[in-house]
Design a protein around this ligand. Sequence first.
Ligand SMILES: Cc1cc2nc3c(=O)[nH]c(=O)nc-3n(C[C@H](O)[C@H](O)[C@H](O)COP(=O)(O)OP(=O)(O)OC[C@H]3O[C@@H](n4cnc5c(N)ncnc54)[C@H](O)[C@@H]3O)c2cc1C
Length: 560
Amino acid sequence: MQRWNSWGEAGHDYPLPEHALHYLADLIGPGYPLEEVLLETVSTKVAESRLANHSLVNKDPEVRVCYARGHSFADWLAKKSGQIEMVPDGVAFPESRDDILQLLEWAEQMDCNLIPYGGGTSVVGHINPQAGARPTLTVSMSRLSQLLALDKESLLATFGAGTTGPQVEAQLQAHGFTLGHFPQSFEYSTLGGWVATRSSGQQSLGYGRIETLFAGGRLETFQGSYYLRPFPAESAGPDLKECVLGSEGRLGILSEVIVNISRLPRFEAFYGLFFPDWQAGIAACQQALQQRIPLSMLRLSAPEETETFLRLSDKQNAIRWLEKLLVMRGAKAGRCQLLVGVSGEKAQCHHAWKQLRRISRFYGGVNTGQLIGQQWQRHRYRNPYLRETLWQAGYGVDTVETATQWLHIDSLRQAMEQALRSALHDDAEQVHVFTHISHCYAQGASLYTTFVFRLGETYDITLARWQKLKAAVMQAIVTHGGTVSHHHGVGVDHRTFLPSTKDEQQLKAISALCQHFDPNARLCAHNLLPPNFDILLTTTGPTASDDLSHVLKDTTDVVA
Ligand SMILES: Cc1cc2nc3c(=O)[nH]c(=O)nc-3n(C[C@H](O)[C@H](O)[C@H](O)COP(=O)(O)OP(=O)(O)OC[C@H]3O[C@@H](n4cnc5c(N)ncnc54)[C@H](O)[C@@H]3O)c2cc1C
């Protein structure tokens, strides 16, 4: 059974070896765990539902609690402490498009808000009900998880939007196909959620981000049902599919998603390389991308992350041998690990790997073969479980991600890491920070930074620590040329910073689009736009002459 206040299936634990915990204690001090509240206890405190009965809606307090929060660090604190301010008034489980249309109609009658819920793996507050006069109905897509159509000739598959990663792959692989979308939340996140958040998978370099994979589908809205046809390409004016991508539940509920699929690769391998330093690793990645070498993954760890992985490994004997080899070959302190993936026809993969090795040699890279790559592949979804392991040891872990041009990669990384390392100086607390590049493009890459800190003596102190860390790093991102998000989305947690990425005219256009599809602001109105932005437009009407500068000033004040 899925854990209600943490990641993963109950009983699936990944303990860290003793030496790994000592390493962490040496870096930031010993951790002290916080006591957790039981689901039964939280459920007894839930307020009465404000919704009438409906055959599709479950109002059981325990179910409502389980659907109340996602997986941001603040969400975890809320669940583990039991201080969940808002829970949905009910959770609906539609089984068909008709059920969804019925729920939209009922929401108007009940005057309630709706939250489409995929896997609930959001890390930016997307699916958290907000306080307000209207009741909230969360719409779980979990029963819409079937492969509905497979066009083997055109490589198109139609799924219920609530299909999770493993369900997508199992149903496709049974026919010899794959989607190739493997976010780290793969186990629980869904097709609808991926589209609504502009998700990116670990092998996006080969298969593409969800933008490339999303071919069409059906969107159920307060303005009716839309069928987004899966043409291979078209020149027929603006494409509504583009608007649905990243809409974060604000336009409607995706009931079906059509995706571009691939034949299962005949060959796939992951290799490990080590570069003497970060600059060499970056230059090699940049070259590989700009020469269009057909790889399926490039993941470059900065020195602190490389060192952390080596230190935390439970195969210390093998690591000692590896270190000897690396030192002999010139990759000493400051070295960076690069993971390389190739997928496809064997000859094509061998050729791509050969081309990459040629670039790597030029930059002093040391080839360590497939061993590290195989380890990574075996444990590719394990990191989220380690969040719980570290929590139990008294440490908080969170990640932030962004993207920028190659020109700014280095300065942005330094700014993010520095902001995190110094954020808790006033509390006399150390923060362990490390970064990797997780998705590469010819023009730039995404940076993914992890920070580990000690839990406070209470939940409130811990939350305050996390808030300081998050604010400091977001500030660093937007002032050093990063986007608010490369793949986690905006939600509630990043919306204040959106004006740094999109200007006033763009925000107005997005707001007008949301109002067109959802005139009464029932669908996830908390997501995406800066606070008060919609309210202002609703009261004055979205005209081009609206002066929103004071709203934007409020939000940019936080940014500046
Ligand atoms: C441990 C962990 C690792 C992660 N790793 C990655 C990663 O590698 N790559 C990545 O991209 N993200 C990652 N994420 C973030 C998260 O998994 C993604 O944002 C994912 O796309 C969310 O999918 P979901 O089905 O869980 O959506 P939810 O969290 O349920 O919802 C997210 C948003 O999408 C909307 N939505 C969901 N379904 C529908 C629908 N059918 N119609 C309309 N709107 C809908 C919701 O209303 C909400 O606004 C990670 C999260 C965690 C906790």
